[in-house]
Each structure stands twice: as C-alpha cells, then as structure tokens.
Design a protein around this ligand. Sequence first.
Ligand SMILES: [Zn+2]
Length: 78
Amino acid sequence: MENLKYPKSYKCVCGREAKLYLINITTKFKDTYITVVNVPTYECLSNHVKMAQLTRVKIKQLLKEAYNQNLKIIEYID
Ligand SMILES: [Zn+2]
C-alpha cells in the first residue's frame, strides 16, 4: 500500500538520492522493549539516515499506546 505522505525518495543533503525504507525499530519504553513495525525512514548511499519529525512524534505516541495495551509489537500507522 502506498502512502503519499512519504515520497519514495528525496535528495539528501549530501546530494545523493535517499530512498524510503520501512524498518522495524525496537525501543525501550519505561521497563519494556517495544518494536514499532514498518517505520518510514530514508537512507542514502552514504548511509545518512533521516526520519521525519512527524514520524518521531508518532513513534512516541505508538510506544505509549503499546505500553498501555501491554503489546510488545505495534504497527506504524498514520
Ligand atoms: Zn546523504
């Protein structure tokens, strides 16, 4: 499923093309590790990784939500 909020690629600050990857991020939240699945991130060939500010905010919300529901894994959804 294509998400138009996240273009497939954009030009990185270094001038190379940064491509969209959906990755899983595991973070410690309070006393537990929670994995957020399919997080949109961008990475160029020079390994510059970039995540939108909106994505970071959303991850925090999802971690809280997962923690409250006692989930170890939660899918990234906008
Ligand atoms: Zn770059």
